[in-house]
Design a binder for this molecule. Structure first.
Ligand code: ZN
Length: 164
């Protein structure tokens, strides 16, 4: 069976017993999580979240880029979240990635110019969390009474560690 047909079968099973059609769009736990798209991370599982509990915003690295900030502003301003969690992780593909190397490969493969794209790699995992918490904290679009906490998730143990 193909990956797609497996997923569509899974969805049919999910929908067959689905009874959450009346959930509020306002996250029940008033939390937004910004984390990496890495397939090994399942924030709903490692944070014990159910449908309707939280916003989860994901990108490569879980970085606080302009689009993440856009989503977080919508999250608190329109949908009532009061706490943001920034979660990066051990073994992230963005660790040690080089902008220059990726740009060169895109140019070689596609003739494309990615010189204006910052892929937001990092060399120090804990510092990348501190940097993104600081970026959010410094955003004029995010008020000071929103709590912003940073964490590292370990893909080998499933454990979260707070980064201060
Ligand atoms: Zn990652």
């Amino acid at each position: 069976m193909s990956a797609l047909s497996e997923m569509l079968d899974a969805n049919a099973r999910y929908a067959a017993t689905f009874n959450l059609g009346d959930l509020s769009a306002f996250p029940r736990r008033k939390v937004a999580v910004l984390t990496c798209m890495d397939a090994r991370l399942d924030p709903a599982k490692f944070l014990g979240l159910q449908e309707g509990d939280a916003h989860v915003i994901r990108n490569a690295g879980g970085r606080a880029d302009q689009d993440a900030i856009r989503s977080l502003v919508i999250s608190y301003k329109l949908l009532g979240t009061r706490e943001f969690l920034v979660i990066h992780h051990e073994g992230c593909g963005m660790l040690g990635l080089s902008n220059e190397d990726l740009r060169r490969r895109l140019h070689e493969d596609l003739g494309a110019d990615a010189s204006n794209v910052d892929f937001l790699p990092f060399d120090d995992l804990d510092q990348s969390v501190r940097d993104d918490v600081a970026t959010l904290r410094a955003s004029p679009l995010i008020p000071q009474d929103i709590a912003i906490l940073g964490f590292v998730y370990d893909v080998r143990t499933g454990r979260l560690r707070e980064v201060r």
